[in-house]
Design a protein around this ligand. Sequence first.
Ligand SMILES: Cc1cc2nc3c(=O)[nH]c(=O)nc-3n(C[C@H](O)[C@H](O)[C@H](O)COP(=O)(O)O)c2cc1C
Length: 354
Amino acid sequence: MEWTNELTRMLGVSYPLIQAPMLGITTPAMVAAVSNSGGLGSLSLGGLPPEKVTVLIREVKELTTQPFAVNLFIYEPPQYQDRKVFDKMQDFLQFLYGAKGVAAVPVNYEDIRIYSWREQLPAIIAAGIKLLSFTFGMPDEEGVRLLKSHDILLMGTATSVAEAIVLKEAGSDVIVAQGIEAGGHRGSFLPGPLPVIGTMALVPQVVDRVRLPVVAAGGIMDARGVIAAGKLGAAGVQLGSLFLRSHESAATPAHKEALAGITDTDTLLTRAFSGRWARAVPNTLIREVEASGLTVCDYPYQDALTQPIRSVSRELDNPEFINIWAGQAAGKAKAWSAADILEELVRETEALSA
Ligand SMILES: Cc1cc2nc3c(=O)[nH]c(=O)nc-3n(C[C@H](O)[C@H](O)[C@H](O)COP(=O)(O)O)c2cc1C
């Protein structure tokens, strides 16, 4: 197995194996463990306040001297959210919590604070970050100029060939091709119907069109997936679900438990938690919001509305009101340390390709 390629040289890593950024799940310890094992750890910072960005990056740097990436949500927050839709959803959620014997404070619309990627950039640049992955869109021209003037490598997420072309033309150096199998939010950002393209179909079409290093993401859980992605033309893989149950994962015990033994049909795509399409294991919140027939608020307003019950439920370790993001193959996630998971994947891939 020849691990070294253009991507590993660009990233400065031994293996083109990237631990996916997973907001709420990824910890500095997970990022550092993967980077210290020769892969690329990714720290998710999407939507976090700039002070928190600085602290988390510092924590990773205390644990590793190896390269790691940071990850942002790059999108323009909507200027307007219909208040009637917001209030109706809030009333429904409060009614639901009462009926189910749980409680969370209502959200005051005026207090919702959205931190845009533009506000986060100064903290990222000041911390000397050189690898930036992102999802939900692409920085504008000014943003790209600023990032490139600091020699920051850009890794944009595409869920269709059209998105990959937009990312390339705007200056992305690497394309992360995210198949529909993937856990968590869809990175989709072009108007129109949600692209629902599997990794196997997406990767070779993106490879043929963009002629940039392509990273395959979605449904890759073992050496077979790594080798298959390579055969499809990917220069590397990004693995999220594989690390969900790791020791370093911030997933609650109930979240980890909910993933043990799930099968191929046990996840679905939903907007119920955040207003953006995401792949999750269904639970009470998802089922009830979808059955309500109510209009779901746009991202990030729906996300803000469900934050309080998610915090309370994490504290209580109640899986019915947390977002159990998971990919279609998440049942194969291992409850090991992140380093053991990465090292086993390397060994297995070398053995299978020998
Ligand atoms: C719990 C969870 C959270 C995620 N959060 C992010 C994120 O913050 N930023 C991002 O670019 N991708 C995020 N993703 C998507 C991953 O980058 C990646 O596309 C996906 O995990 C790959 O599919 P897999 O889960 O089948 O490995 C998340 C995925 C999961 C499972």
